[in-house]
Design a protein around this ligand. Structure first.
Ligand SMILES: NC(=O)c1ccc[n+]([C@@H]2O[C@H](COP(=O)([O-])OP(=O)(O)OC[C@H]3O[C@@H](n4cnc5c(N)ncnc54)[C@H](O)[C@@H]3O)[C@@H](O)[C@H]2O)c1
Length: 284
């Protein structure tokens, strides 16, 4: 069993991933470049732990779980990590720098779980000197609540790494499905296209945001429509993921909608900024 877990990136995903491992009894070191992001992450984790206690998903006091998380801006804090889940911004150039640092700092047997939406795991492996220990751990959002993780096997990922990853996830109550490497994997190759097409419908004035989503919820039985889903993921993350898919497949079907770019330029990033296709000013 791996006790020391590193989590890099304290945004939407890093918050849920840290919560999930700490609630599973692991010691977590959460690293971000931004003190502000770390402060917000701490607040969000406290709020989510209180919700978990309120809904009887845990018997542990929120403070006890929180005490297992160390918040830091220093990557050196991961010098004794056995497993790292990386959740930084979906920009290959940003992630590559992080892997360079992780490769130098973390123990030689530490496994790197890549929580990316679309970047090929084989490419991330090539940024390190340990491609056999690099694996995709695509958590779903919110990570502390979603029971399944899409695990992606890169070209050089060893069977030992796959087994260790699956058991590490199982120990904190997560099921996993292993898929082979491909940009966007299974989930996001489909989901990003669906969201982008829904934004294009809005852009063309075919329908309103509320009605586009209602059609999916009411007619298809989805829990959330594509635009509310985009707001939950983060519109910047959707845009960067489409850019990665477009660059990797060279297929114009992944061309991001102009309206999506405009929302990101305007700082309307969805739930995390308080407004996206819908307004969260009172609930964010
Ligand atoms: N949002 C989702 O629903 C979702 C789901 C699955 C996977 N992902 C993937 O997870 C990753 C993170 O997404 P997110 O939604 O949490 O993004 P986010 O924008 O909410 O958070 C990213 C965080 O990374 C930090 N960061 C940037 N550069 C860094 C560095 N060099 N070192 C440490 N921290 C750094 C930022 O300060 C920020 O706090 C992305 O690759 C994304 O594609 C997102």
């Amino acid at each position: 069993m791996i006790h020391n877990i590193g989590v890099v990136g304290a945004g939407t995903m890093g918050i849920g991933v840290s919560h999930a491992f700490a609630a599973g009894g692991r010691s977590v070191t959460l690293v971000d470049v931004s003190d502000e992001a770390l402060d917000k992450a701490r607040e969000a984790i406290v709020r989510d732990l209180r919700m978990a206690a309120m809904f009887h998903r845990t018997t542990e006091a929120p403070g006890e779980v929180l005490d297992r998380i160390t918040f830091t801006t220093k990557l050196e804090g991961l010098a004794d990590a056995g497993f790292v889940v990386e959740n930084v911004t979906e920009k290959p150039e940003i992630k590559q720098e992080v892997y360079k640092g992780l490769d130098e700092i973390c123990p030689a047997d530490c496994v790197f779980g890549v929580n990316t939406s679309a970047i090929p795991i084989t490419r991330v492996g090539a940024w390190t000197g340990r491609p056999d220990k690099v694996i995709g751990t695509h958590f779903m959002n919110p990570a502390q609540l979603k029971p399944l993780v899409e695990v992606i096997k890169g070209f050089h990922t060893s069977e030992e790494t796959v087994a260790l990853t699956q058991s590490t996830l199982a120990e904190i109550g997560k099921e996993s499905i292993v898929v082979n490497d491909s940009p966007g994997f299974v989930t996001n190759r489909v989901a990003m296209l669906t969201v982008n097409e829904a934004v294009m419908l809005l852009e063309e004035g075919v329908s309103t945001a509320a009605d586009i989503d209602r059609l999916f919820v009411t007619c298809f039985g989805h829990k959330m429509g594509p635009l509310a889903t985009a707001d939950m993921i983060g519109l910047d993350t959707i845009l960067y993921s489409l850019e990665v898919l477009l660059a990797n497949f060279n297929d114009p079907k992944f061309r991001p909608s102009v309206l999506l770019k405009q929302y990101v330029d305007a700082g309307l990033l969805g739930r995390k900024s308080g407004r996206g296709f819908f307004d969260y000013a009172t609930t964010a």
